[in-house]
Write a protein that binds this ligand. Structure first.
Ligand code: COA
Length: 342
């Protein structure tokens, strides 16, 4: 459906928080049968950040969100949208914890479960709220702690080497003269989202869940490692390349643009080779594909705001330049978002 033009939104104050502890590929090879060479060649990852001590997903989210709120001079937000696949608890989600830990008034807190596409789903939702006039300044957070939920033995090496912990955030705000003044402000032009539940079991963590009866988890499931994420890596890879390229082209075409019109693509970071192949399909120069995977791995819902925070820090984007983001993940879910620098 065409979006209403009555009220635009802009995204700004992108921030990130990464745990201090760096885990290199060599560190992982002490714990499982893997190597720096395998991980670098297959996935493009050199290191990732993993939490130390009792640091939760909401704690990381709070750290990123505090920076975002400071950047926008602690102006009041009237809603929170939080995306994660690794909440502190089975329920409630981290949205309410962000509200409480940040000391925000009793604003609504939405939780999204769209995994690697979580941030783009959140952006679409925030933009829709703004356009409808429901809220005017929304805190959007993506945060993950993967490290404590991975099988770090050789049995889980295909997944464990790929994931990192981290958080990213931004404000999505009704566009006013004031909001246009932020140095990293982008008009949210449009987004396109998809899902296909046929592939639920190709990338999933089945426990703890209500599909199990009469109890949700038992000793046998734990012994079999069914409390850890499982993935059909090749199938995920194949679909990720196809879907991220397809949805990006669809969104650009809808707006009469080609990849040449885009200053940067900020894709989800699951595998460097996926992003190189998406770049080729979009026919965009490799240096315009903004990657952070080498130092952070895959931080799922946190990945895109982390990438955006680096982009705005390290590149001076010209006014009106387009930034395209795209993501693919468990579900399967996928999507793209189109931003224009204010
Ligand atoms: C996971 C991924 C890197 C594996 O790369 P691949 O080239 O497909 O490798 P395969 O799964 O075919 O495994 C090749 C071999 O490496 C082994 N291997 C798997 N993980 C390994 C690791 N960490 N270290 C060393 N060897 C490993 C496999 O056991 C297999 O050995 P075999 O040939 O003796 O059976 C790749 O499939 C991928 O990135 N998939 C998508 C991941 C993704 O996007 N996930 C999140 C989506 S948001």
């Amino acid at each position: 459906m065409a979006k209403s033009d009555s009220q635009f939104s802009c995204a700004h104050s992108f921030s990130r928080h990464l745990p201090e502890k760096i885990v290199t590929n060599d560190d992982l090879s002490q714990r499982m049968d893997t190597s720096d060479e395998w991980i670098t060649q297959r996935a493009g990852i050199k290191e990732r950040r993993w939490v130390e001590a009792p640091m939760t997903t909401s704690d990381l989210g709070v750290q990123a969100a505090r920076q975002t709120l400071q950047l926008c001079e602690n102006k009041p937000v009237d809603a929170i949208i939080a995306a994660t696949l690794s909440p502190d608890y089975n329920f409630p989600g981290i949205g309410v914890q962000l509200q409480h830990k940040l000391g925000l008034p009793h604003v609504p807190a939405f939780d999204l479960r769209n995994q690697c596409s979580g941030f783009l789903y959140g952006l679409e939702m925030a933009d829709a709220f703004i356009r409808a006039g429901t809220y005017s300044r929304i805190l959007l957070v993506g945060a993950e702690v993967h490290s404590t939920g991975l099988d770090v033995s050789t049995r889980g090496r295909d997944i464990a080497v790929l994931f990192g912990d981290g958080a990213g955030s931004c404000i999505v705000e009704a566009q006013t003269e004031e909001s246009l003044n932020y140095t990293d402000s982008f008009t949210v032009i449009d987004s396109e989202l998809h899902s296909d539940g046929e592939f639920v079991k190709e990338l999933w963590c089945e426990n703890v869940g209500s599909a199990h009866w009469p109890v949700r988890v038992d000793a046998e499931m734990v012994a079999e490692g069914r409390i850890f994420p499982q993935m059909n890596g090749r199938k995920v890879f194949e679909h990720a390349v196809k879907r991220m390229a397809e949805v990006s082209l669809s969104l650009l075409t809808k707006h009469g643009l080609s990849a040449n019109d885009v200053a940067y693509v900020v894709p989800h970071q699951a595998n460097l080779r996926i992003n190189q192949m998406v770049g080729k399909q979009l026919k965009i120069a490799p240096e315009k594909v903004w990657n952070t995977i080498e130092k952070y791995g895959n931080t799922t819902a946190a990945t895109i705001p982390i990438g955006m925070s680096h982009l705005v820090e390290e590149q001076s984007l010209e006014k009106d330049s387009f930034v395209l983001s795209c993501a693919f993940g468990s579900g399967f879910t996928w999507g793209a978002g189109l931003l224009r620098k204010c």
